[in-house]
Design a protein around this ligand. Structure first.
Ligand SMILES: Nc1nc2c(ncn2[C@@H]2O[C@H](COP(=O)(O)OP(=O)(O)OP(=O)(O)O)[C@@H](O)[C@H]2O)c(=O)[nH]1
Length: 377
């Protein structure tokens, strides 16, 4: 491996850190508040930048600054990244034990720099100290990070970095660690390159994780109802078309239920709009509890819902409709009656529009016939 100039590598890491901090800070200002932890992710590369600046001034400033404070800032940056990641995944930051660990590292580093100067012990101890933080971050991501690409990327970066840190401790123990970080030897170059790459890749991982989260949130907004935990009409129509295309291939088609709350205007007028919203949520929960995981429930309009039942014959759809009437008549304060129009797929020539028309017509018949019942079209 060619031995690059450590100072150039460190300066490069500094510029990258500054850019990544800026990007994360801008994202923090423009992304929805639901995406958390960005401020801590932005603080990490800034601290690494400060640390880098102090490292590169070594020799011209006291060792307390160029070594002890510089290393402490590097460690604090890693801790900020760790706590930002906890926040991002919905957990409270847990600063106390880490700040204690930071203070302990500062104290030990001071002793090993000023009182009993020892390059080997100092580097060995600091390497272990940083490894503990990155190890904790990696463990957290394995448990709570899920399996998205950005999380996998950060995990790989951490594993590689930890491997380099372990290798560094090993080389130190074998007396191969050099005598100064700025030595131009392959092991120092490997260590500083790993550091440079990590200070770039961790914030980049943060940017990717936040963007991935934003994309998921936007996708959810585009496909779900803003008030109720169900799909919106647009997403329902997509699922419906998809299901009919599948039915044409398999020969087994879906049933459709259109479900409309009875006298809902009167519920709103008597008890208020908020109570009306609570009734809607109650209905959705009760209906959802009666469905299979493959069934699709969506809000089709104000107080009208559509239920798509894949591979379901007409008779089974009628049985389910009766179950829904019963599920909404259990004496709960938010129970209300519903009218249901049901229809089933009639073969390869049947279409989304034709099924919707039949279910709608059946729903009107159920309303006309006195409500709180199901008609089949
Ligand atoms: N609380 C609440 N009310 C809604 C919402 N969306 C629509 N509505 C109300 O639902 C009511 C629907 O009234 P109508 O279409 O007259 O139907 P209905 O009173 O249920 O009568 P029938 O359907 O004939 O039994 C209207 O008062 C709408 O304001 C919502 O999100 N929340």
């Amino acid at each position: 491996m060619p031995s690059l100039d450590p100072r150039s590598l460190i300066a490069m890491a500094g510029v990258m850190s500054l850019l990544m901090a800026l990007v994360l800070w801008l994202m923090r200002r423009t992304y929805p508040k639901s995406i958390r932890g960005l401020e801590l992710w932005a603080a990490a590369p800034l601290l690494w930048l400060l640390s880098t600046a102090l490292f590169s001034l070594r020799g011209r400033i006291p060792d307390m600054l160029g070594l002890v404070v510089a290393n402490t800032l590097l460690l604090l940056g890693a801790m900020c990244y760790h706590q930002g990641t906890r926040r991002f995944f919905g957990q409270r930051p847990a600063w106390r034990p880490w700040l204690l660990w930071l203070s302990a590292t500062f104290a030990v580093m001071t002793v090993l720099t000023v009182v009993y100067p020892s390059y080997l012990l100092r580097v060995g101890f600091f390497t272990v100290s940083v490894s503990i933080v990155y190890g904790a971050l990696l463990t957290f991501l394995m448990r709570h990070g899920g399996g998205s690409f950005p999380v996998r990327l950060v995990q790989v970066v951490l594993v590689l970095h930890l491997l380099v840190l372990v290798f560094r401790v090993y080389t130190l123990s074998q007396g191969l660690g050099g005598t100064d970080l700025m030595d131009r030897d392959p092991i120092q170059t490997l260590y500083i390159s790993a550091y440079t790459l990590t200070t770039l890749m961790l914030p980049l991982g943060g940017v990717l994780m936040a963007t991935d989260r934003l994309r998921n949130e936007l996708e959810h907004l585009a496909t779900h109802d803003p008030l109720l935990p169900v799909l919106n009409r647009r997403a329902f129509m997509e699922a419906f078309k998809h299901e009919l295309a599948r039915a044409r291939r398999s020969g087994s088609g879906p049933a459709l239920l259109m479900l409309d709350l009875d006298h809902f205007k009167a519920i709103n007028d008597t008890h208020g709009h908020q109570h009306g919203d609570a009734v809607l949520l109650h209905v959705v929960e009760r209906v959802q509890a009666s469905l299979r995981s493959t069934d699709v429930l969506a809000r089709h309009g104000g107080e009208e819902f559509a239920v798509l039942l894949p591979e379901t014959p007409r008779a089974d759809a009628q049985v389910l409709a009766q179950r829904l009437h019963a599920a909404l008549a259990q004496g709960h304060a938010l129970d209300c009656t519903v009218s249901i129009g049901a229809t089933a797929w009639q073969g390869a020539d049947d279409t989304v529009d034709a099924m919707l028309l039949r279910a709608d017509a059946a729903l009107y018949r159920a309303k006309d016939a006195g409500r709180n019942q199901t008609c089949v079209g």
